[in-house]
Design a protein around this ligand. Structure first.
Ligand code: BTN
Length: 304
């Protein structure tokens, strides 16, 4: 959000302010204050003007300014009512040299899932991609995806439902998938150039619009949620974890529904069946099988 507008919103969050007071505090002219207030109104902020001065009455439901307002994370937000894929747009922004930007959409017309599957993304969901440039070798990228799974689980939990993470990064509620993550990356062996972490949460959508019979939505589980709050919780949790990578695996273990379970993992080298006992940096699953311990780095995991 434009810096002066953010400062005006900060000031109005503390209570009403007159135009002259705002002009003095921000060191701008009264005409400039008026222009910025008008721009905020156009963005959906309800700013009334009364005897006490300007007063912030309501914040827009969703969109870039809504999510950026009060967000305690260093990310800029780009919003689309409809886009083909936020990951595709994230990659484009990566090509433009950008970073720490979130592409958020109400609807995707060409949402992409893992293993080249389609990802159904009707209006009302939370479809976002976060473009990051973390300083780490490419082999450590799974750690960032695991951080995204934890952040997503925390955001889902903030709505009152109880999520669990299925290795490596699906978020389930009552065994059904409510969220999926697709990370795309470019870099050399020893250095990530960029990462686009795409997160889809079936939020305010009907389950009939979702293809898998093992999918669910927050609408189905607890009724419609405040997407602005959910996205803010997700981004704040993500920025904390990315800044403190040592915490990622322990946070993942605390939210895991996989550890301690019998699992079957379809890997490129065949199926592995056994008890999932732990995860190891940068995200490998340790499975105790009849023939000993296996360290699984890629695969499709099913809880048995
Ligand atoms: C999966 O298959 O489980 C991963 C699904 C990832 C979907 C998200 S929605 C936002 C972002 N944009 C996309 O096209 N895909 C990801």
């Amino acid at each position: 959000m434009q810096a002066t507008r953010a400062q005006i919103l900060d000031a109005l969050s503390d209570g009403p302010r007159t135009g002259p007071k705002l002009a003095e505090e921000l060191d701008i002219t009264r005409a400039a204050v008026w222009k910025h207030i008008e721009a905020l109104r156009e963005d959906g902020f309800e700013v009334v003007s009364n005897a006490a001065g300007y007063e912030l009455e309501a914040v827009p439901d969703y969109g870039a300014s809504a999510v950026e307002f009060g967000l305690d994370a260093p990310y800029e937000v780009e919003y689309h009512d409809s886009i083909d894929s936020t990951n595709r747009r994230g990659r484009e922004l990566a090509g433009d040299g950008r970073e720490d930007i979130v592409v958020l959409a109400d609807e995707q017309t060409g949402g992409r899932g893992r293993l080249k599957r389609e990802w159904s993304s009707p209006s009302g969901g939370i479809w976002l991609s976060l473009l990051l440039r973390p300083t780490m070798p490419t082999t450590h990228a799974p750690l960032v995806t695991m951080a995204a799974a934890v952040a997503t689980a925390e955001a889902v939990a903030s709505t009152g439902v109880e999520p669990e993470i299925k290795w490596p990064n699906d978020v389930l509620v009552d065994g059904k998938k409510v969220s999926g993550i697709l990370t795309e990356m470019e870099g050399e062996a020893d250095r990530i150039s960029w990462l686009v972490v795409g997160i889809g949460i079936n939020a305010n959508v009907d389950i009939e619009s979702l293809p898998e019979d093992r999918a669910t939505s927050l609408r189905e589980l607890c009724g419609d949620v405040d997407r602005r709050e959910v996205v803010q919780t997700l981004l704040e949790s993500m920025s904390e974890l990315v800044a403190d990578r040592d915490r990622i695996l322990s946070a993942w273990r605390a939210r895991s529904g996989t550890l301690g379970r019998r699992v079957s993992v379809e890997t490129p080298n065949g199926e592995i069946v056994g008890e999932a006992v732990d995860v190891e940096s940068p995200g490998a699953l340790l499975v105790d099988t009849a023939d000993g311990r296996e360290r699984v780095t890629v695969g499709d995991c099913e809880h048995l």
